[in-house]
Each structure stands twice: as C-alpha cells, then as structure tokens.
Design a protein around this ligand. Structure first.
Ligand code: SF4
Ligand code: SF4
Length: 104
C-alpha cells in the first residue's frame, strides 16, 4: 500500500511524518510532503488522520477501490468520515465513530 499527497493542499507542517510509525514520510522541511519508502507502507492511515489540510490519500487495493481507488479522511460534526474516491465517480462516504482514543 502507499499514500499520495496533494501538493496544492499541503502546508508542510510535518504532522504526517510525525504520525507515521514507520518514518516513511519526508515533510516539514518547506517542501510538500512525500513518501520515501512506498513499498514499506502498510496502510495504517495515521498520516491521513494527522493531516490538518486533508492532503493525504491512501491508495486502495484494486479489489477494494478499483483502478485508481483512493481513501480520504475527514470529520463532520465530530465524527470521522472516510471516503472512497474513484476516478469518474462520486465519492462514497462512510461515517465511522471510533470507540476510543487511538482506536482504529
Ligand atoms: S499509511 Fe501509515 S505506514 Fe503508510 S505512510 Fe501513512 S502513516 Fe506511514
Ligand atoms: S500533515 Fe498534511 S499538510 Fe502537514 S506536511 Fe503532511 S501532508 Fe502536508
């Protein structure tokens, strides 16, 4: 798995790099965030949740997201909302409320 960053949204705060348990991301150096070791990403989505600019998306396996399927993260009314994004289709939201701090 791997992630992709939208350089037009990234404010180079470094939060995604700090959240990544694998130290796979370079960020916070004035340049847009980028993944250094995409093959080592296991898709924990911590960087998506940490990004205040919602600039990070997770590539989905084709069986889940089809060709080019991405997962995005946001919040609405205090609830987490994940969205499945596929080229040429409307995003599909699925609200999900975590049960506790750090719960995945
Ligand atoms: S999804 Fe997890 S492992 Fe992959 S880059 Fe983001 S924080 Fe690191
Ligand atoms: S957390 Fe978001 S805004 Fe901050 S460096 Fe990472 S991608 Fe850019």
């Amino acid at each position: 798995m791997s992630v992709t960053f939208d350089p037009s949204l990234c404010v180079s705060c470094g939060a995604c790099a700090a959240a990544c348990p694998g130290t796979l991301i370079a960020a916070g150096d004035g340049a847009p965030a980028r993944i250094l070791y995409p093959g080592d990403c296991w898709g924990c989505a911590s960087c998506l949740k940490a990004c205040p600019a919602r600039a990070v998306r997770l590539y989905l396996p084709p069986a889940l997201g089809g060709r080019g399927g991405l997962l995005s993260y946001g919040t609405e009314g205090g609830r987490a909302v994940w969205r499945l994004e596929r080229p040429g289709r409307d995003p599909v939201p699925f609200p999900w409320e975590p049960e506790g701090e750090g719960d995945y």
